[in-house]
Design a protein around this ligand. Structure first.
Ligand code: TTP
Ligand code: MG
Length: 394
């Protein structure tokens, strides 16, 4: 029996939420990302509305460039907590259709509806209903692809965007696939694309007709894999319950700063932010990474794996500070700092063996802070060290 795999991707997700929440933004070019500071801003675009895309603006573009392209756009700061809540709401809706869900990113998921589609009048009706319920409950539009594999479902959801629904019937799937440019194939990035172009290969159909031995010689195992994908061979299943792989937060300075000028309190703020999100998802992390981008965009990452996984700010901060102090910037200035946590394990409820032990006090402290913030807002309680906000860019 063939599988019915769905890929769903929300349209202009962050920007669509801003437009929904503020009616004055609807129909306008909206850019979500760093502050453009009148064209001097140094961060990047997270995403933008489809109205803004007409000006050539896109994700990951420097915000200063976006400002040049459309100075009249509505520039909005990133409200990650809000988007994460919407993402969770959408996931709840998807769970009404099947428990076989693989969340890929904040606005993207795969579903296997092979076993449940009949409950909704077949796979196509299930997808139409999914779009409708999402829109009714969130006022946000999704683009959906339905096919017999993850590869094709993902290509399908991207095929008609925004607010699209594309179903690729199994009988015509290779014809559909072969017309597309190689960039649409899973795993074909800029480098692979270049190699294939040198080989005279532009379309997925040309990969399917190429000599697999030649592909293997030029691209190694990836070549063999691409050949299989080009023939629609993609047996990957839905991986449910995948845990997030990492949580990170970055800070771009508005002017490059010397290492000694970077306040370690900035690192502490970054740690507080990632640990807060880690705890909200009930995980502990074992690996801490520090990212440092120097002037001229050279980027370095320093990583340390701790003895035990943790969800305490102080432990994470101590590790980050050690990495930071051990980093030799060679006199060059720093443009960006980032903190990332990875290698998660679910936090388990703990009976502290010894009452009053340091670990128990830390946990109580975190919980007290979380309760206050939940009730009175994130600014309601701060570490004394972080109270002076001058020079702070977070
Ligand atoms: P995408 O699904 O790639 O983009 P999108 O939903 O904004 O637009 P569409 O799918 O209609 O093309 O990413 C989902 C969200 O993730 C996006 O709204 C913002 C965030 N994001 C970033 O913050 N930085 C990035 O570089 C990208 C690609 C996305
Ligand atoms: Mg999207």
């Amino acid at each position: 029996m063939s599988r019915h795999i769905v890929h769903i991707d929300m349209d202009a997700f962050f920007a669509a939420i801003e437009q929904r929440d503020r009616s004055e933004l609807r129909g306008k070019p909206v850019v979500v990302g760093a502050d453009p500071l009148g064209g001097r801003g140094r961060g990047v675009v997270s995403t933008c509305s489809y109205e803004a895309r007409k000006y050539g603006i896109h994700s990951a573009m420097p915000i200063s460039r976006a400002y040049q392209l459309c100075p009249g756009a509505e520039f909005q700061p990133v409200r990650m907590g809000r988007y994460a809540r919407e993402s969770a709401r959408i996931l709840r809706i998807l769970e009404q259709f099947t428990p076989l869900i693989e969340k890929v990113s904040i606005d993207e998921a795969f579903l296997d509806i092979s076993g449940s589609a009949h409950l909704f009048g077949g796979p196509q009706n299930a997808c139409r209903r999914m779009k409708r319920v999402i829109f009714e409950e969130t006022e946000l539009t999704a683009s959906i692809g339905l096919a017999s594999s993850k590869l094709l479902a993902k290509i399908a959801s991207d095929y008609r965007k925004p607010d699209g629904f594309t179903c690729i019937a199994e009988a015509g799937q290779l014809r559909f696939l072969w017309r597309l440019p190689i960039g649409k194939l899973w795993g074909v990035g800029k480098k692979t694309e270049e190699v294939l172009h040198v080989m005279g290969i532009q379309s997925i159909g040309q990969i399917a007709r190429a000599d697999p031995a030649l592909l293997n010689r030029e691209l190694g195992r990836a070549g063999t894999h691409l050949y299989q994908l080009a023939w629609g061979i993609d047996p990957r299943g839905i991986e449910t319950g995948t845990e997030p792989k990492s949580i990170s937060r970055e800070l771009t300075y508005s002017r490059d700063v010397l290492k000694d000028e970077c306040r370690e309190t900035d690192l502490l703020r970054l740690c507080e932010d990632v640990v807060a999100r880690l705890r909200a998802q009930h995980y502990k992390g074992k690996t801490v990474s520090l990212k440092i981008r120097l002037e001229g965009f050279r980027t370095y990452t320093r990583t340390c794996t701790m003895n035990a996984s943790t969800n305490f700010v102080d432990t994470v901060y101590a590790a980050v500070r050690r990495l930071y102090r051990g980093f030799d910037a060679g006199g060059r200035k720093i443009r960006l700092l980032g903190v990332r946590l990875s290698e998660f394990v679910p936090e388990e409820e703990k009976d502290f063996l010894f009452h009053g032990c340091r670990e128990e006090r830390q946990e109580q402290m975190h919980r007290a802070v979380e309760q206050i913030r939940a009730r009175y807002g994130s600014g309601a309680i701060q570490r004394a060290r972080l109270l002076s906000r001058e020079n702070s860019e977070l």
